[in-house]
Design a protein around this ligand. Structure first.
Ligand code: ADP
Length: 153
């Protein structure tokens, strides 16, 4: 099993789409290992978006992420990082394929509903950045035999 980070961005909170977006991951069969609301700081966003620091829109993206509290979730499953990235769709909502979350809910490059970790290595780093160990739960998902064959888990 693999864990990945999803952030429901301020646009999602403000548009009242929290439940709708979370239900996509639940219905897919991902297992929720942790969830909380937080108002992110410029400092943590500078770390999180360090790969964008030379871009002209760096500060604007960080400010947009601080418009209101976000919802942070940790989802678990086999190949969870790849599965969640595929569900998320490409960065620009106008280009993201219909059927993906950004393709169905976003018209924007910036206001694109969710952040999703892009590799297992980054997922581990990002989960540590936003969650304490005790905020992530390990439990027996009773539906596991309905989600996977024995040899898949
Ligand atoms: P992704 O979120 O798809 O992994 P990136 O890591 O490249 O994409 O960018 C992080 C976030 O920064 C994007 O989700 C988007 O909100 C914002 N962003 C990226 N590129 C642009 C851009 N050209 N203009 C405005 N915002 C952008």
């Amino acid at each position: 099993m693999e864990r990945t980070l999803i952030i429901l961005k301020p646009c999602t909170v403000q548009r009242g789409l929290i439940g709708e977006i979370i239900s996509h991951f639940e219905k897919k069969g991902l297992i929720l290992a942790g969830m909380k609301m937080a108002w992110l700081t410029d400092e943590i966003l500078s770390e999180h978006y360090a790969h964008l620091k030379e871009k002209p829109f760096f500060q604007r993206v960080k400010d947009a992420m601080r418009n209101c509290p976000v919802v942070l979730c940790c989802w678990e499953g086999v190949d969870a990082v790849h599965v969640v990235r595929a569900m998320t769709g490409s960065t620009n909502g106008r280009n993201a394929l219909p059927g993906t979350i950004r393709g169905d809910y976003s018209m924007s490059m910036q206001e694109n509903i969710v952040h999703a970790s892009d590799s297992p290595e980054n997922a581990a780093i990002e989960l540590k950045r936003f969650f304490d160990d005790k905020e992530l739960y390990t439990y027996n998902p009773t539906l596991l035999p309905n989600l996977y064959a024995n040899d898949e888990v």
